[in-house]
Design a binder for this molecule. Structure first.
Ligand SMILES: C[S@@+](CC[C@H](N)C(=O)[O-])C[C@H]1O[C@@H](n2cnc3c(N)ncnc32)[C@H](O)[C@@H]1O
Length: 268
């Protein structure tokens, strides 16, 4: 059903997850593909579920975030999905979610009505989209595998697609990604589970952020560890982005994260 390098795995909530052998990277949390979609992408955006929602699902994969949005939001205007792997999109309705939702996905793959699929690199699509979205899901593979999905430039371009009152959601809470979101002018929030950060939400509207980063956490974004990934023309390879970041780290006058933590401890 899928390409050779993609394996099917069962996650702990019983839902199916995928594993990419060539990248040695999982698509979905082993704790539960379905649970992850709800907790990291849907729940934080629930705060604006009071109007017809325009949604952008970046890195659609087999569509858990879109399916979970269809299951949970009251009124969806439309969903635009971006995914580079056509095979995943075409087969996504076969990964059973809920009968009525599987049917919606299948019919929209055949003829776009509520959901539109962009089968391309998000770095090209982002330049062509001239709409604004209430909710943006950003679910790329981790930066150490695909830094091109998390560059400051890409995040800036994505942020331009977000409505002033909109919410951006990602599982990623690494410092370079938080810094890129901050540089794009967004307020940052932590998505918490059992008091631990499991994801990030961001908005241009402060009121939409339930658990904002505190001053200590914001201070960490002024250390070397938060140096962002740079992809000036949105066409660098992962290797080039990582090499350039290494050079920037070596030449940087910023303090290290551990130094910052020591300074802050001594102030207590
Ligand atoms: C972590 S998985 C996303 C899982 C997905 N949200 C789901 O529910 O199945 C990352 C996805 O990003 C896609 N991808 C990788 N590079 C991309 C790119 N440059 N543009 C768009 N999608 C990309 C991969 O094919 C993969 O499906």
């Amino acid at each position: 059903m899928l390409t050779e390098n993609i394996e099917i795995i069962k996650t702990k909530d019983g839902s199916i997850g995928l594993y990419d052998k060539s990248l040695n990277e999982i698509f979905h949390s082993i704790y539960g593909a379905k649970t992850e979609a709800f907790e990291k992408f849907i729940q934080p955006a629930k705060i604006i579920d009071n109007k017809p929602l325009k949604i952008l699902d970046i890195c659609y994969g087999i569509g858990y975030n879109t399916k979970c949005a269809l299951e949970n939001f009251k009124n969806i205007s439309f969903i635009d999905c971006v995914e580079i792997n056509k095979n995943l999109v075409l087969n996504s309705y076969k990964f059973k979610y809920r009968d009525d939702i599987d049917k919606i996905i299948k019919s929209n793959i055949e003829k776009s009505d509520l959901i539109h699929f962009y089968i391309d690199d998000i770095r090209s699509v982002v330049k062509k989209l001239n709409k604004k979205y209430d909710i943006i899901f950003h679910d790329g593979f981790a930066p150490h595998k695909q830094s091109e999905l998390w560059s400051e430039e890409l995040i800036f371009n994505i942020s331009k697609l977000l409505e002033t009152d909109g919410i951006y959601c990602t599982y990623n809470h690494s410092k370079p990604v938080l810094k890129a979101l901050l540089n794009a002018g967004l307020f940052l929030g932590k998505t918490l589970k059992d008091n631990k950060t499991i994801a990030t939400c961001a908005s241009f509207n402060k009121e939409n952020i339930i658990n904002p980063l505190n001053s200590y956490e914001l201070g960490q974004l002024n250390t070397k560890s938060a140096i962002t990934y740079k992809d000036t023309f949105l066409n660098f390879t992962h290797q080039k982005i990582i090499e350039n970041r290494e050079k920037e780290l070596n030449n940087s006058n910023l303090i290290t994260l551990s130094h910052y933590k020591k300074i802050m401890q001594n102030q207590d």
